[in-house]
Design a protein around this ligand. Structure first.
Ligand SMILES: [Zn+2]
Length: 565
């Protein structure tokens, strides 16, 4: 072995250039691989792999903390071009080496299946195309981050404007909703242009990889081994027959209790049971203190994980201008520790987001003891069970933030959101399936508007969009995933099945359900999706019968919680 030792942290590794890493790859590629040295070889590769991942993750995180920081974007792009791209070629050599050796370990079987899928898709000519998609993603963030409206004489972010939609005064809500959406519509042309450019690039990537469609490409690249496009269609149909009627009931109940002739899009976030929106926290100290109390009580190990994040600054929680929108939990691959990013302004939604991201973070902690980073490459279908499951498991603890009756209000809000989410997810999944199966139409923004509008009307009945056609049909512009993480969304719907199963278990046996949840998380990707769901106490299925049972449980819980107010 001729290469110098690697630095032990990603901060030090930032100073290295490609030749430093390349010699490490070369060493690993040259080493003879036997069953005896397989463990050591995997450990070395895992170390190098995770170190480089973490450098990239840190460079990415900085771009989201300030979307106006041009230098940070340049550093990320520089890394993508000079290190990320050539690295892929070297990674491919090591994957090939491992695959052709025929060697494995019991816990690496899923990882090796993933590697085979990646190897099969790998084409060197796609590397610059993938980098250009990251650049286009930055353009999307730039458009989103620059938006604001003037409200009560003050410039506010669109996230802040969303908070106004919870207020009781209908005229103010309508005004805020229109200002926000008209501001987004101002960027209609750039969003459309960006979409077509991204769409064509994705098709080119699929063609280069020998795939007939981008859908085939994505299925393999997302490691969707345990379900097919037909299963997703079955799921969407089950949503149409089982969930849409219940969702319609929820909207109708809302319309009745607000005494409206029709329910408009600015009427959806008002709490039916209180004149003031739920306001769970005022500032970071309160949010962290009370969240800490929840996790301490739920399970001391989870409490320790949360404390570790607070003590080590692994969070950036509050909204400000030029911060990228949305929320995420990034698991730094090398230290195997999470970082939570979100845009809190003080709403109940923000609390849900924190609980959600905390679930992801706990997943990182639980899986940190696995030997190799490759064993922690879990599909979102189960990652989101960790996060959504934590949201559900937190229900009994809402009283840390609220009175009994406000806690019931919060649970109702959350349960209704869960129910209403499936139809919305079906619109997004249906839209993307349509777009990538019919690419000539899919690349055309006008056809996209028409298809989005059609799906919206089918899955989202009960909300009156009359006179708001342009805003309705451009809903796909407002969905970050469609631009950033193509075709990714059904995962959330599948995961919600698992999360609700965890919740149903916890109502019967709270300790047992939590133990199963943690057991599922700790397995990383050492087993497949059906086994992960099973370990967590659920079942990986998405037929009408499964949804009927979950919808029944939600509707039952909704009436129990309504009785507490
Ligand atoms: Zn998530």
């Amino acid at each position: 072995m001729s290469s110098r030792p690697l630095p032990s942290t990603s901060d030090e590794a930032m100073a290295l250039t490609w030749p430093d890493f390349q010699e490490q790859y070369a060493d690993l590629a040259e080493q003879e691989l036997t069953q005896e040295n397989l463990g050591d070889w995997l450990a070395r590769w895992s170390n190098l792999h995770s170190l480089l991942d973490e450098v990239e993750q840190k460079l990415y995180v900085v771009t989201t903390l300030n979307t106006a920081d041009k230098a940070a974007q340049d550093r990320l792009m520089e890394f993508m071009k000079t290190i990320h791209e050539p690295r892929q070629v070297e990674e491919e050599k090591l994957r090939q080496k491992l695959i052709t050796s025929g060697l494995s370990t019991p816990t690496m079987a899923v990882a090796i299946r993933q590697m085979k899928a990646n190897s099969d898709l790998f084409r060197e000519e796609n590397l610059p195309l993938q980098t250009s998609l990251v650049e286009m993603g930055n353009e999307y963030d730039g458009l989103c981050g620059a938006r604001s409206i003037v409200w009560d004489g003050e410039e506010i972010t669109l996230e802040k404007a969303t908070q106004i939609l919870e207020e009781g005064d209908r005229d103010r809500r309508e005004k805020a909703w229109r200002l926000k959406h008209e501001r987004i519509l101002e960027d209609r042309a750039p969003f459309n242009a960006l979409w077509t450019k991204m769409f064509d690039t994705r098709r080119e990537i699929a063609r280069n990889a020998g795939k007939d469609s981008y859908m085939d490409y994505i299925w393999q690249s997302y490691h969707r081994f345990d379900y097919s496009p037909d299963d997703c269609a079955t799921f969407r149909n089950a949503i149409l027959t089982e969930v849409v009627p219940a969702a319609r009931e929820v909207y109708e109940e809302r319309r009745r209790s607000m005494e409206l002739s029709s329910l408009r899009p600015w009427d959806l976030d008002v709490d039916l049971f209180g004149s003031k929106p739920l306001s769970p926290f005022d500032g970071e100290a309160e949010l962290n203190g009370k969240s800490q109390a929840i996790f301490d009580e739920m399970d001391p190990a989870l409490g320790d994980y949360y404390r570790d994040m607070v003590d080590n600054g692994r969070m950036d929680l509050f909204s400000r201008k030029n911060k990228a929108n949305g929320g995420y939990c990034m698991t730094y691959s090398h230290i195997r520790k999470p970082f939570i990013f979100m845009n809190a302004v003080g709403t109940h939604d923000n609390l849900q987001t924190l609980l959600h991201e905390a679930g992801h973070a706990f997943h990182a902690y639980e899986a940190a003891k696995l030997d190799y980073v490759f064993e922690a490459n879990v599909g979102s279908e189960f990652c989101e069970v960790a996060s959504m499951g934590m949201e559900m498991l937190s229900h009994p603890y809402f009283t840390k933030f609220y009175s009994e009756s406000d806690a019931a209000r919060a649970r109702i809000q959350h349960l209704e959101k869960q129910l209403l989410f499936w139809p919305y997810m079906a619109v997004i999944d249906g839209f993307q399936s349509w777009a990538y199966q019919n690419p000539e139409e899919g690349r055309n923004p006008a056809a996209c508007d028409a298809e989005w509008g059609r799906l919206w009307d089918e899955y989202m009945p009960g909300i009156d969009y009359s006179g708001l056609d342009d805003i309705k049909v451009t809903g796909w512009h407002r969905k970050l995933h469609i631009f950033h993480i193509p075709f990714y969304y059904v995962e959330y719907g599948l995961a919600q099945v698992g999360a609700l199963q965890v919740w149903m278990n916890s109502k019967k046996d709270p300790a047992g359900a939590l133990a199963a949840y943690r057991r599922g998380l700790s397995l990383g990707s050492t087993v497949g999706l059906p086994q992960l769901f099973e370990a967590a106490g659920g079942k990986f299925s998405f037929d009408a019968g499964t949804l009927r049972e979950l919808v029944g449980a939600i509707m039952g819980e909704l009436s129990d919680q309504r009785a507490k107010i």
